[in-house]
Design a binder for this molecule. Sequence first.
Ligand SMILES: Nc1nc2c(ncn2[C@@H]2O[C@H](COP(=O)(O)OP(=O)(O)OP(=O)(O)O)[C@@H](O)[C@H]2O)c(=O)[nH]1
Ligand SMILES: [Mg+2]
Length: 198
Amino acid sequence: MIIMSREIVLIGRSNVGKSTLFWELTGTKVRVGKRPGITKYPFKAKVGDIFYVDMPGYGFMLKASQADQEKTKDLIVQYFEQNAEEIIMAIQVIDAASFLDIADRWEGRGEVPFEIELWEFLVDMGLDVVLAANKMDRIAKVDVDGALDLICERLGMMPPWTQWTDKIAPMSAKRGQIQPLRSIIGKKLSGKKAGSDN
Ligand SMILES: Nc1nc2c(ncn2[C@@H]2O[C@H](COP(=O)(O)OP(=O)(O)OP(=O)(O)O)[C@@H](O)[C@H]2O)c(=O)[nH]1
Ligand SMILES: [Mg+2]
């Protein structure tokens, strides 16, 4: 019998806090930076029998050429295609405080925001995708539910977001406030063993 490794992959735009979250989840330090484009290669750490994978961020990068950005996109897509069988969950991390502005800007230019394209790509692959709505500390308390409703709607889920607490985990990785995500991961790991069908 082949025992496959099981992976939980962190993915998202540059500078949203993937590596900060990775540290919270695994206790493994990877470089965290004020500038985007800090993580260059998929980086793995094992917790129990699960590999967590920190991916490079896509999107705006200082000093990165258009070609480099395309390379990062390709790397991400390829990673998911080549490792689809091992990946039990994809955690798409966003900066909840700037997600809507960035999406509006892209749509204003007539483009599909890449964060939305990526979400749909992962869902279409049949992966279990969870949204880590990070940097919630930067959103005023009174605006939190409204912002999460809009984000959830943008990703094709019917608001209110509170219907989707198995898919959307508000958090502040920097402050170590990631309980909703821990609970989603916990449920996933207790409900499913390696090699099961879905
Ligand atoms: N305010 C706030 N800042 C955060 C939070 N999480 C991470 N950051 C900050 O965001 C910046 C980027 O964090 P990283 O973890 O390096 O982001 P990344 O997504 O791994 O970036 P790349 O590797 O470039 O793709 C750092 O300055 C972090 O301290 C958060 O919850 N709130
Ligand atoms: Mg990183």
